[in-house]
Design a protein. Structure first.
Ligand SMILES: Cc1cc2nc3c(=O)[nH]c(=O)nc-3n(C[C@H](O)[C@H](O)[C@H](O)COP(=O)(O)O)c2cc1C
Length: 182
C-alpha cells in the first residue's frame, strides 16, 4: 500500500512550544513523517500560534518561501492535503487564525482538511514530554492526521489513473459501441 510522506511544518521558537508538540503528534500518528521541506510532501500538517489574531510572522515567512517552488512539477502546496492546527491563549484568536491559515493554504493551492484543530493553551494540553493530556484534542489531532493520510492516498490513486497527456481515452460511448459490435 502507498505510504504517503507527511511533513510537519510550523511551531514557535519558544522552548516547549505547544504548537510544535501538536504538529509532531499529528504527523507521527502515521509513521512516515518528517519536519522538513514541503516540496516532496504528499501531505502536510501545518501549525501556527495565533499572534494578535493571525498567523505568526515566522510561519507566514516559511510559507512565503514556497514561492521558490513555483516552477516545480507540483508548485506551492498544489494538490496536497493540509491539516491546519492553531494554538492560542484564547478561543477568539484561535478561530480567526484558523480561518486565516486556511485562506493561505487555499492561495497556495493546497486542500485544507475538513477538520482544523484549535488548541487553547491557557489550559494545560500537553505535558513536558509532548504527550497530549486532553483526550478531546488528542482525538481531533488523530482525525485530522487520518484525513491528511486518506486524502493523500486518494490523490495518489487519482494521479495513477490519469492518462498521459496526448493518450487516447476511450469514452463510455465507444466502449458500449465495441461491446455491441457482433
Ligand atoms: C506576540 C504574541 C502575540 C499573541 N497574541 C495572542 C492573541 O492575540 N490572542 C491569543 O489568544 N493569544 C495570543 N498569544 C498567545 C499565543 O498564541 C499562545 O501562547 C500560543 O499557544 C503560543 O504557542 P507556543 O506554545 O507554541 O509557543 C500571543 C503570543 C505572542 C508571543
Amino acid at each position: 500500500m502507498f505510504r504517503p510522506y507527511i511533513v510537519g511544518l510550523g511551531g514557535t521558537t519558544r522552548e516547549g512550544s505547544s504548537t510544535e508538540k501538536a504538529i509532531s503528534l499529528a504527523s507521527n500518528y502515521q509513521g512516515q513523517s518528517d519536519l522538513g521541506g514541503t516540496g516532496q510532501a504528499d501531505g502536510i500538517i501545518l501549525g501556527t500560534p495565533g499572534y494578535h489574531g493571525g498567523l505568526s510572522g515566522l510561519v507566514k515567512n516559511a510559507l512565503d518561501y514556497t514561492e521558490d517552488l513555483r516552477s516545480d512539477k507540483r508548485p506551492y502546496l498544489e494538490d496536497r492535503p493540509v491539516g491546519c492546527v492553531v494554538t492560542a491563549a484564547g478561543e477568539q484568536a484561535a478561530v480567526t487564525t484558523l480561518a486565516a491559515l486556511r485562506s493561505v493554504v487555499h492561495a497556495l493551492r493546497g486542500w485544507p482538511t475538513p477538520l482544523g484543530v484549535t488548541i487553547v493553551t491557557s489550559d494545560q494540553v500537553f505535558d513536558a514530554a509532548g504527550i497530549c493530556i486532553c483526550p478531546r484534542i488528542e482525538t481531533q489531532l488523530r482525525i485530522l492526521s487520518q484525513q491528511v493520510l486518506d486524502f493523500a492516498r486518494l490523490r495518489a490513486r487519482a494521479d495513477s489513473r490519469r492518462p498521459e497527456p496526448g493518450a487516447e481515452v476511450p469514452s463510455d460511448n465507444s466502449r458500449v459501441a465495441r461491446q455491441e459490435t457482433p
